[in-house]
Design a protein around this ligand. Structure first.
Ligand SMILES: [Zn+2]
Length: 79
C-alpha cells in the first residue's frame, strides 16, 4: 500500500506537481503572489487576463519595450 504514489495512474506525477505548483505570478493590483493558474487574485479579487500570457509574451511587453527603446534613442540624441 506504500507504492500508490508511484503506481497510481490517476494521481498527478511529481513532475506535474512541481510544474504547476511552482508557477506563481504577482498580482498587479496588490503585489500578492498567487497561483499562475488562478483567474482571480486570492487577496483582492483582481481578475487576471486569460491564460494567453502563459504561452507567450503579452502585447504590453512589446509596447513597453518599444517605448523604452525610443526613450533610449531620444536620450542618446539629446546628450
Ligand atoms: Zn491582488
Amino acid at each position: 500500500m506504500q507504492q500508490w504514489q508511484e503506481t497510481d495512474p490517476d494521481g498527478p506525477s511529481e513532475a506535474d506537481i512541481a510544474r504547476f505548483s511552482s508557477e506563481y505570478k504577482t498580482c498587479p493590483s496588490c503585489r500578492e503572489e498567487v497561483y499562475d493558474q488562478a483567474e482571480f487574485c486570492t487577496a483582492c479579487n483582481h481578475a487576471f487576463m486569460p491564460q494567453d500570457e502563459a504561452k507567450g509574451l503579452p502585447l504590453w511587453v512589446f509596447i513597453t519595450a518599444g517605448f523604452l527603446l525610443l526613450s533610449l534613442i531620444a536620450v542618446g540624441f539629446a546628450i
